[in-house]
Design a protein around this ligand. Structure first.
Ligand code: 5GP
Ligand code: MN
Length: 329
């Protein structure tokens, strides 16, 4: 059932043993939301555990308590509530769903959310799940420490491209401002996120060599990067900003990054200027937001590329059709 922020707070208050989790391939919003809510519940004297079916990416290890995050090895018994953050479908939490059998509360902001949990609080207008966690903490009059503020600022800033993307609202900026008042240091956070091992910068020429651009006439262009298994071998977690290169090319409507994580396992990242790529990703079992989405295709690289390019072209034509119809009305 759908719940309010108030009701979500009540569910947390009534629970004693709480497990928090978030999606695999965690991003800044996943990590920051998880760690901020963990800190609050711990301060409330709750028995709380963070489980994640993935590694914590190197770039988020500046956030306090990242090392308390555990893998879902064994069954966790007698859990009152499983809180699922920033995940739009149950598959996204991987094995955590197998080791924890408890009522689920899902707090999320994806427009593609499948409403799979027992209780859900979803606000697709929010730029980040971090905004929702902030509202929840305000609702319960929580003491927000500097570390919690830093985690939430990271969550929000990373999901809106440091306040540049279309999801950045007045509310996003207001919350960010309040988090700075509470001790978040934007320059330190952005520096931590931007600092990379030298090898990641040195791989860039190889990555950019894979750039392909398809011209779709009046509908705009599709630009792609393809990271084969050998490029990826040492850079699994470090591909975060690469998609911005095709995205920023003049005339490009949809940017795509293909990552060959296995022989028949292709991770696809999608970005757009106006086309709804969440619908495109959803059609392949993924999800996301209108202008940033992703999915995994279990086909060889060339087949996966053909499928996605074809779907992207169709989505672009559809959007162009809608725009024409609106203009003609
Ligand atoms: P990214 O391209 O950065 O991995 O993901 C962009 C957005 O799409 C994020 O909000 C992310 O949560 C969502 N997303 C990416 N891959 C998947 C997927 O396989 N399933 C779902 N449901 N969402 C995804
Ligand atoms: Mn998010």
């Amino acid at each position: 059932m759908e719940v309010s922020i108030k009701h979500s707070a009540k569910l947390l208050e009534q629970a004693n043993h709480i497990v928090l989790t978030t999606h695999i391939h965690p991003d800044g919003d996943a990590m920051g939301s998880l760690l901020a809510l963990y800190a609050y519940l711990l301060a409330q004297g709750k028995c709380v555990k963070m489980l994640l079916d993935d590694e914590v990416p190197r770039s988020f290890k500046f956030l306090v308590d990242w090392d308390k995050i555990e893998g879902p090895q064994d069954m966790v018994h007698e859990v009152d509530l499983l809180v699922i953050l920033d995940a739009s479908d149950l598959e996204r939490i991987g094995k955590v769903k197998e080791v924890v059998k408890a009522p689920m509360l899902n707090i999320d902001h994806h427009v593609s959310n499948l409403k799979f949990a027992d209780y859900w609080y979803i606000d697709s207008q929010a730029a980040a799940t971090g905004e929702l966690i902030y509202q929840l903490l305000i609702e319960v009059d929580a003491v927000i420490t500097g570390n919690m503020a830093a985690a939430l600022f990271t969550a929000i800033a990373t999901d809106c491209g440091f306040f540049r993307y279309a999801n950045t609202s007045a509310q996003t900026l207001k919350i960010a401002s309040e988090l700075v008042t509470l001790g978040a240091k934007p320059h330190m956070i952005s520096e931590s996120l931007d600092t990379k091992p030298r090898a990641v910068i040195e791989i860039l020429p190889k990555v950019l060599e894979t750039l392909e651009v398809i011209d779709c006439g009046a509908n705009g262009q599709i630009a792609m990067l393809t990271l084969s298994q050998d490029i990826l071998a040492n850079f699994k977690d470090e591909t975060e900003g690469f998609i911005n290169y095709p995205r920023n090319i003049e005339g490009v409507e949809i940017a795509i990054m293909f990552k060959e994580t296995g022989e028949r396992s292709i991770r696809v990242s999608l970005r757009s200027k106006s086309v709804d790529v969440s619908a495109l990703a959803l059609a392949f079992g993924g999800g996301g937001h209108a202008r940033a989405a992703g999915c995994t295709i279990t086909e060889p690289l060339s087949k996966a590329k053909a499928l996605i390019i074809d779907a992207a072209k169709r989505q672009m034509a559809k959007t162009a059709g809608v725009n024409h119809a609106q203009r003609d009305n």
